[in-house]
Design a protein around this ligand. Structure first.
Ligand code: NAD
Length: 487
């Protein structure tokens, strides 16, 4: 039998595509078919990391002093390259991560849009001038780049999250060392390739793949790294946060346990639709995904009936199939984690009313599939109501009134996104004040955020410092210098 040759992709260090010093590689595989290897990538070592950081440090003075219009032109050119290759890139993204091809296409286009957004926004991002009493003095702030920035990203939005970190870092004059998730290095490679082809000077953007065990600490603890922007699990974020020096700025976008509250005046069909879209899109693997439904007691039966009906209608399959919503989980590790929580839910005494099965025969035999799953009779202290599952598992918690709903919604360590379904303006307004979350919605899904609006969480969902996205996303990458000039 003939087997297709698997391509081995290299790191980008100092403008050169290079192999890791240890000459070892790891594989990225298709979660819909674990026998298909999507590509091989460099298993880098600390020595490679040090070379990448050194190259970024050497490139920094030149890039920091490059004209903003030139930096913007490179981002725009890279955006054009992504747009031109959207079909190829979407195909690779689905093959590597598993999401529906339509979602992959949107993600690639959103990444191009993000580069263009920062090309414009970054050119008018500037300091302030302050009124004061001395007529012979001017007081103003300069916004200066930080230096070398390490970018570390997860697999669930494997091109759009890197784009929303790398674009603001570059336009403000920083240089970058970027490590993608080992589950999805190919689509990350494509973003770097586009920026490299668009004309970034050597060393301005360095790309390095490998396991966090081998290179995680050296990527963040090196003295030349002035900032770390990280998206991933809360556990890893806390580890990194503890590991960096006092002089290194961090931005951590972490886990969530996002609630939707269904009030007694809610449109049941809308509430069920928002739960399905928020809970099952990306097969439940969105950081802002809906994982808890907090429903008023009198609405529960009707809501549950509608939710089960809509869940049953979802098509499960390979991301390339037309009309699929539930695709494979992104990796075997992810699958095992979700199955583990389904067992925990049963043991804790929650009632499994739909799904919960590992699908592993027929068309599903080679992939990491699980049915969309609904638990009822969930109490707020159960593990399935407290811990991030990151899969298509929805827990329904009944409450008596709004106050109890808020107390349950806020009774977790996370605070990323939250929503309420109501037609009552007063309740909606009150909710936006009472809920402890960084992204708050009314009659919309917990998922989804704009490129031009700030994004981030509260509590253990983010560091409480800088937001991503929008103009706020630029602030993280600059430091303020206050200048007093007497004349
Ligand atoms: P993860 O924490 O396992 O890995 C994320 C990235 O960090 C990967 O590139 C990984 O290799 C690297 N990493 C892990 N440990 C490290 C260490 N000690 N030092 C340096 N790098 C390290 O997370 P994941 O499984 O890739 O992603 C899923 C998680 O990401 C979920 O918890 C989800 O909620 C979160 N997430 C958050 C947001 C957000 O914006 N808040 C967005 C997407 C995903």
């Amino acid at each position: 039998m003939l087997t297709a040759k698997v391509e081995r992709y290299k790191n980008l260090i100092a403008g050169e595509w290079t192999s890791a010093t240890g000459k070892k590689a790891f594989q990225s595989i298709n979660p819909a078919n674990k026998e298909e290897v999507v590509g091989e990538f460099q298993a880098s070592t600390e020595e490679d990391v040090n070379k990448a950081i050194h190259s970024a440090a050497a490139a920094f003075p030149g890039w920091a002093n490059t004209a903003p219009s030139k930096k913007a032109a490179i981002l725009n050119k890279a955006a054009d390259l992504l747009d031109e290759q959207v079909e190829k890139l979407a195909d690779e993204l689905t093959r590597e991560e598993g999401k529906p091809i339509g979602a992959s296409r949107k993600e690639v286009l959103r990444s191009a849009q993000t580069l263009r957004y920062y090309a414009v926004e970054g050119q008018s991002f500037t300091g302030e001038t302050f009124p004061q009493d001395d007529p012979n003095m001017k007081v103003s702030t300069e916004l200066e780049p930080l230096g070398v920035v390490t970018v570390i990203t997860p697999w669930n939005f494997p091109i759009s999250i890197p784009a929303r970190k790398i674009a603001p870092a570059l336009i403000t004059g920083n240089t970058v060392v970027f490590k993608p998730s080992s589950e999805t290095p190919l689509i990350a490679y494509r973003l770097v390739e586009a920026l490299h082809k668009a004309g970034l000077p050597d060393g301005v953007l360095n790309f390095i793949t490998g396991s966090s065990k081998d290179i995680g600490d050296s990527l963040v603890a090196h003295p030349d790294v002035k900032a770390v922007t990280f998206t991933g699990s809360t556990g890893a974020g806390e580890h990194i946060h503890r590991n960096v020096s006092l002089e290194t700025r961090t931005q951590m976008e972490l886990g969530g346990k996002n609630p939707i509250i269904v009030m007694d005046d809610a449109d049941i069909d809308l509430a069920a639709k928002l739960t399905v879209n928020g809970g099952y899109s990306l097969t439940g693997q969105a950081c802002t995904g809906t994982s808890r439904v907090i429903v008023m007691k009198e609405m529960k039966e009707k809501f549950l009936e509608t939710l089960v009906e809509k869940t049953k209608a979802l098509k499960i399959g390979d991301g390339f199939e037309q009309g699929v919503t539930i695709c494979p989980l992104a990796s075997e590790k992810q699958l095992n984690n979700v199955l583990k929580y389904i067992e925990i839910g049963k043991e804790e005494g929650a009632k499994l009313v739909y799904g919960g099965e590992h699908l592993n025969d027929g068309e599903f035999a080679k992939g990491f599939y699980v049915q969309p799953t609904i638990f009822t009779d969930v109490t707020p202290k159960m593990k399935i109501a407290q811990e991030e599952i990151f899969g298509p598992v929805i827990s329904i918690i009944e409450v008596e009134n709004y106050q109890e709903a808020i107390s349950v919604a806020n009774g977790v360590k996370y605070g990323l996104a939250a929503s309420i379904v109501t037609n009552d303006l007063k309740t909606a307004q009150q909710f936006t004040k009472d809920i402890k979350a960084g992204t708050v919605k009314v009659n919309r899904t917990t998922t989804g955020n704009l490129i031009n609006a700030p994004f981030g969480g509260l509590k253990k969902s983010s560091t409480s410092t800088f937001r991503e996205s929008g103009r706020a996303g630029l602030q993280f990458f600059t430091q303020i210098k206050t200048v007093y000039v007497g004349y």
